[in-house]
Design a protein around this ligand. Structure first.
Ligand SMILES: [Zn+2]
Length: 280
């Protein structure tokens, strides 16, 4: 007898995250969406071995690498603030077919809801993250306020952005030593921004969409949320100290930190890129 997916630990973590994102002001209106990969064992434990499909859909962009994978996904047009109270409406579980050309809904999305319109972006990102980290579980998108604000104030050169982030808080280089990806501004929705985000995910767990928001991937909900919280804290400090900064962490201090924690930060950032860190 299956336990019931509403009692699964990952369900609690996901509904909590949706609530936190909304309360932090990072998921206004219909903003924010996530996808969480489930294992066959989790499906059998929480939905049952005899799971059946309710609806089938085609994928515009096939994801052959994800054949037979299961994902818990937020619904299109669903405010994140509603997920906690009615998860079976605002969340659903999909099973990708063998060829990766379509999916069937096997749980949730009641009241004829559909997966987020960003599903192709999520699946492309999962596909690429899994190639570099087979433990990856989640792709999460939201609108952290100060991170967005920083994309108006800082140059959008990726290396310069990474260096500034690392120099704003000791935690940054420790939490994302690989840096973060910065895309140019692009039209949101499906298509190019999804493909380009997935390319960034080959190298980074965090991708910034200037003047829009952030994408984060990780092995758990906490890991993805932790990445976003760390970026947002540094961006908050960057914005509130604008025009007042007398100093930031130096290259030597960042290197000292990385050495102390035995980390190898992305090369090409320290000592040869001049970020716009200091106020004139
Ligand atoms: Zn968005």
């Amino acid at each position: 007898m299956e336990i019931g997916i509403l009692k699964a630990p990952f369900m609690r973590a996901i509904t909590d995250a949706c609530n936190t994102i909304y309360k932090n002001g990072w998921g206004e209106n219909h903003a924010g969406n996530l996808s969480y990969r489930l294992t066959v064992e989790e499906i059998e434990t929480y939905i049952g071995k005899g799971w059946g499909a309710t609806r089938k859909q085609k994928l515009e962009t096939a994801c052959p690498d994800l054949g037979h994978q299961f994902f818990l996904v937020t619904a299109s047009g669903s405010p994140l603030k509603n997920v906690m109270n009615d998860p079976e409406i605002h969340l659903g579980v999909i099973h990708i077919n063998e060829e990766g050309s379509g999916y069937e809904i096997i749980w949730g999305f009641c009241e004829n809801k559909q997966p987020t319109s960003e599903l192709p972006t999520h699946l492309l990102c999962h596909s690429n993250r899994l190639k570099v980290d087979e433990g990856n579980r989640i792709v999460l998108h939201c609108h952290p306020t100060y991170t967005i604000a920083m994309t108006f104030m800082h140059e959008l050169d990726q290396n310069a952005f990474i260096k500034t982030m690392w120099s704003l808080n000791s935690e940054c280089v420790l939490v994302f030593p690989e840096g973060l990806g910065v895309l140019p501004w692009m039209v949101c929705g499906n298509g190019e921004i999804g493909r380009e985000s997935a390319v960034k995910m080959n190298e980074f767990r965090i991708v910034l969409w200037p003047h829009h928001g952030i994408l984060a991937a990780g092995q758990s909900v906490d890991q993805a949320m932790g990445l976003i919280e760390t970026v947002e804290k540094a961006a908050h400090v960057y914005v509130v100290t604008e025009g007042k900064r007398r100093q930031c962490m130096t290259d030597e201090q960042i290197i000292e930190l990385a050495k102390a924690f035995d980390l190898k930060p992305k090369t090409g950032i320290i000592n040869n890129v001049v970020g716009q860190i200091y106020s004139k």
